[in-house]
Design a protein around this ligand. Structure first.
Ligand SMILES: *[C@@H]1O[C@H](CO)[C@@H](O)[C@H](O)[C@H]1NC(C)=O
Ligand SMILES: [Cu+2]
Length: 302
């Protein structure tokens, strides 16, 4: 279909794209945040009324090219580069890298800390982003994402802003495009098809990330709000919400983890099921992984 043609075209014309000014103005206003019950332990509920002021949000996830522009200008070193490793989904590792692995996370054996994995080497030292310059940047911590947005004179979106943006103007729908995963048999996001974690049928065309904007935009003209890469938000994590109306909520004052939204190319109904706008998860702010990126927001169009 059109999506494939688009992806292939942009594979080769990467540098012709101008990504710097891709902001969409959202009017804010009232919307219903959260869902009942969703995944209860994640604090998706209760559904509550939230009102937001207008804000701008980037139409796609920050790409490798954009992040490279930032590091070229500033010399910024990411946390994964400081630590010397980052988490990579084992299904994407070369046999050579796999043979060097020390241990995995007991609860999620498909995740491994890989030495030399960082945003320039998403699957470890023997990988590059050369042919993925328009893919979302990965292996960026919350602090790295903050640093990029600050440099771009922007900021991370709050969770509420991110969720309003994800919903694309629809009410009470699971996904940015509606309730059905594949209306009209089309793929609307870069997710996992098959059986997680060992068998990815790649029906949507991608075993890993895709170029940003490879799947249809939502009603606000925003791409990859779910799928492709998880996205950091500004808020601290907390699972206790009330049904009280909220105005420009910014999450708890303090915490240990930051909220991430949207799921990734690894999400499947049977495993993560967090490719829904109300879905949420968390990581410590210094965490980075091969499926976690971000996009920025701002109050003013510079
Ligand atoms: C960053 O610098 C490298 C090395 O000079 C260059 O090849 C690359 O095109 C630059 N990237 C951007 C986005 O400016
Ligand atoms: Cu996404």
């Amino acid at each position: 279909g059109v999506r494939w043609g688009f992806g292939k075209l942009c594979f080769s014309c990467a540098t012709l794209w101008s990504f710097q000014y891709s902001l969409v103005l959202l009017q804010g206003g009232w919307f219903m945040m959260g869902t009942d019950p969703g995944i209860p332990q994640d604090g998706e509920g209760p559904q509550r009324r939230v009102r937001l002021d207008p804000f701008y949000i980037e139409e796609h996830e920050v790409t490798n090219q954009q992040f490279q522009h930032f590091t070229n200008q500033t010399g910024y070193i990411t946390e994964a580069e400081h630590f010397g490793d980052s988490f990579v989904f084992e299904g994407l590792l070369s046999e050579e890298v796999k043979s060097t692995l020390s241990h995995a996370v007991a609860a999620a054996p498909w995740w491994s800390p890989v030495k030399g994995a960082d945003w320039r080497h998403p699957e470890g030292p023997d990988s590059t982003i050369e042919h993925r310059i328009n893919h979302p940047v990965l292996h960026v911590s919350w602090s790295d994402a903050q640093a990029y947005c600050h440099w771009a004179k922007r900021r991370l979106p709050t969770e509420a802003e991110w969720e309003l943006a994800c919903r694309g103007g629809l009410q009470d729908r699971l996904c940015p495009w509606g309730n059905k995963l594949m209306p009209t048999g089309q793929h609307y996001a870069n997710l996992w098809q098959g059986v997680f974690p060992n068998h990815n049928t790649i029906e949507d065309g991608y075993a890993n990330t895709s170029p940003v904007m490879s799947f249809p935009a939502n009603g606000f003209g925003l791409y990859d709000m779910v799928g492709n890469a998880w996205e950091w938000t500004a808020d601290w994590w907390n699972v206790h919400h009330t049904t009280e109306d909220k105005y420009n909520p910014k999450g708890p004052e303090t915490g240990t983890d930051r909220v991430k939204k949207g799921g990734s190319y690894m999400c499947h109904k049977s495993y993560c099921y967090r490719y829904r706008c109300a879905a949420r998860s968390q990581n410590t702010p210094d965490s980075s992984a091969s499926n976690l990126g971000f996009r920025c927001a701002t109050d003013t169009d510079p």
